[in-house]
Design a protein around this ligand. Structure first.
Ligand SMILES: Cc1cc2nc3c(=O)[nH]c(=O)nc-3n(C[C@H](O)[C@H](O)[C@H](O)COP(=O)(O)O)c2cc1C
Length: 170
């Protein structure tokens, strides 16, 4: 297996500890560019993104989302939001999940670290973030991603399980 491939896809890990370095706006926008390149049903691209770098906003999020304490140290976060009012409303969740995973891989490819913080479908988190960030009611916060310079290098963990693969029929 090629080293680059191994590093990009297999060494991505959730990173919850960061150095106190800021992330440039341009880098964050490039990461989102990769998110916007995700596949979506009928190419509807039913997503919107919020970049959060203000310390007071980042510090407030753990009041809404109990498993996001790392945001108190992270220099930035990206909120992926879905717009269900699109041509294929049954698929907006999958579309936003694809964008989220693309963003996670882009964060890692930039030499940065982040973690997917689940938002949708938990109502408290969805409503809490809509209120905190002035998000219109028809736009649904889907996932939040922390972004920062990792304190440690991520490791390769082999999760391959041959028994989970079925050939031709189950
Ligand atoms: C839908 C979803 C929600 C998650 N929510 C949280 C969360 O709230 N807090 C957190 O620290 N990690 C969260 N994670 C990260 C997982 O804990 C992590 O991906 C998993 O333990 C595997 O580790 P890895 O990402 O390092 O491979 C979430 C991941 C997904 C896909």
């Amino acid at each position: 297996m090629k080293d680059e491939y191994l590093n990009l896809f297999l060494k991505r890990r959730s990173v919850r500890e960061y150095k106190s370095e800021d992330i440039e706006k341009e880098v964050l926008e490039n990461i989102i560019r990769v998110g916007m390149n995700a596949p979506s049903a009928g190419n509807q691209q039913p997503w919107e993104f919020i970049i959060i770098t203000k310390r007071e906003i980042l510090n407030e999020i753990p009041e809404i989302h109990p498993y996001s304490q790392m945001l108190k140290q992270a220099p930035a976060a990206i909120l992926v939001c879905g717009n269900p009012e699109c041509k294929y409303p049954d698929y907006w969740v999958q579309d936003c999940a694809a964008a989220t995973e693309n963003i996670l891989l882009a964060i890692h490819a930039e030499g940065l670290g982040g973690v997917w913080l689940g938002v949708y479908p938990l109502e408290e988190r969805v409503k809490g973030l809509q209120k905190l960030l002035n998000i219109p009611e028809n736009i649904v916060p889907f996932s939040l991603l922390s972004v920062g310079v990792p304190k440690q290098e991520s490791e390769f963990i082999d999760r391959f399980e041959k028994k989970r693969i079925h050939y031709e029929r189950w």
